[in-house]
Design a protein around this ligand. Structure first.
Ligand SMILES: Nc1ncnc2c1ncn2[C@@H]1O[C@H](COP(=O)(O)OP(=O)(O)O)[C@@H](O)[C@H]1O
Ligand SMILES: [Mg+2]
Length: 377
């Protein structure tokens, strides 16, 4: 039974100095995190970065090496899993084969001795939520993989926990079904108004569904932000490189304040302008991050700023080295001095402004200063 009192002002989950080491391997470095009420919060990172370990410490399956876990403002670090107001959904959704779909979903309510009418009503609601009310009499082996996943989700939310944790739950589904389930999971989360903590290594999945994302690498949370900020305003090289495609150019970074424009020299090319991602108290090595689709390319002879481009960031000259058609866009590798810079050009812009573009041609590229992020981590 959940006897903890919760305060609505407190975050759904609060993590303070939480860490985990296995022997001398630090799987999760000491970490602070707040997950808000009713939030769809994703933990995103490559395989082995510590996502599952972090999640298992929130659920209580794993004992932290240091730190605290608070649910709704209450310290549960030493509270066993069954007394934490949360539920879990795994990739291998173990349904009871001998029970009907309806009884699978109702199971936890029966265990908790919820009155029969009430339990049946809540089970029907949960089945309606996952749009499988018509399959209540079936057995799990008469369902598709996607349907079984929905039943598992209905089971995870039926008792109305404060938090549902999902560890790569769509991993076993094929690509098409995954995409459908991403949209569906988000809808269901909004409908039930339960905080979801969603673990994935799939950046597209995290961007599609999340209110906020924590990007993890080697046991360290690199950045916590909404999908647009994570994509457009990465704070570290890792975040920029892991999510989408990004040009990373090593530069020496001058001291300056976060958000300010500063000039950075690029060897053999000249000085370009970018925006500091964080306060830099003293000059140090860093990187200029530039998304391929934020770069504007035009023919060397074309008038400056003809298409409304702001030439302030830089206007560099390069030579087309590769040209790849991907349907909605073209990928261009431009040789600029020693470097290859990736530029993506929408098919519309390519047809309109760069008809007949060929390998070996000279192009000028520019970008808005605010689209060139300068990071020091
Ligand atoms: N029970 C364990 N004993 C020893 N090492 C573990 C254990 N669980 C996880 N690890 C290690 O901790 C790291 C993080 O694992 P995990 O949290 O499962 O990563 P992820 O879920 O991001 O793939 C990995 O290096 C993994 O090998
Ligand atoms: Mg894992």
């Amino acid at each position: 039974m959940n006897t903890q009192t919760t305060s609505t002002a407190a975050p759904a989950v609060r993590i303070e100095g939480l860490s985990k080491n296995f022997g001398d391997h630090l799987a999760v470095h000491p970490l602070d995190l707040e997950i808000r009420e009713n939030e769809f919060f994703s933990i995103l990172g490559p395989s082995g970065c510590g996502k599952t370990t972090l999640m298992r410490m929130i659920t209580g399956f794993e004992t932290p090496s240091s730190g605290r876990v608070l649910l709704g403002g209450v310290d549960v670090t030493r509270v066993p899993t069954r007394n934490r107001d949360l539920n879990m959904l795994f990739q291998s959704y173990a349904l009871f084969p001998h029970l009907t779909v309806f009884e699978n979903v109702a199971f936890e309510l029966r265990v908790r001795r919820v009155a029969k009418n009430e339990a049946n009503r809540r089970t029907r609601e949960a089945l309606e939520l996952v749009r499988l009310a018509h399959l209540g009499d079936r057995k799990p082996n008469q369902l598709s993989g996607g349907q079984r996943q929905r039943i598992a989700l209905a089971r995870a939310v039926v008792s109305g926990p404060k938090v549902v944790l999902l560890d790569e739950p769509l991993g076993a589904l094929d690509q098409q079904l995954r995409k459908e389930m991403q949209i569906e999971l988000k809808r269901m989360q909004r409908e039930v108004g339960i905080t979801f903590v969603y673990v994935t290594h799939d950046q597209e999945e995290a961007l599609t569904m999340s209110d906020r994302i924590a990007v993890m690498s080697e046991g360290v949370v690199q950045q916590v932000a909404g999908p647009e900020d994570i994509y457009n305003r990465p704070e570290t090289r890792f975040v920029a490189g892991f999510i989408g495609s990004c040009n990373l150019i090593d530069v020496s970074v001058p001291a300056g304040r976060a958000g300010h424009e500063v000039p950075v020299p690029i060897d053999g090319v000249g000085s370009v302008t970018g925006v500091l991602a964080e306060d830099v108290p003293s000059a140090r090595p860093g990187a200029l991050l530039l998304r391929p689709e934020r770069i504007e390319a035009r023919r060397a002879g074309a008038a400056e700023n003809a298409g409304g481009a702001e030439g302030d960031g830089a206007a560099l000259a390069g030579t087309v080295e590769t040209l790849t058609f991907l349907g909605e866009e073209w990928h261009v590798h431009l040789r600029i001095g020693e470097r290859l810079v990736k530029v993506s050009v929408s098919s519309l812009v390519k047809e309109r402004d760069l008809p007949g573009l060929a390998i070996g041609e000279a192009l000028r590229v520019s970008w808005r200063p605010q689209d060139a992020r300068i990071v020091v981590r």
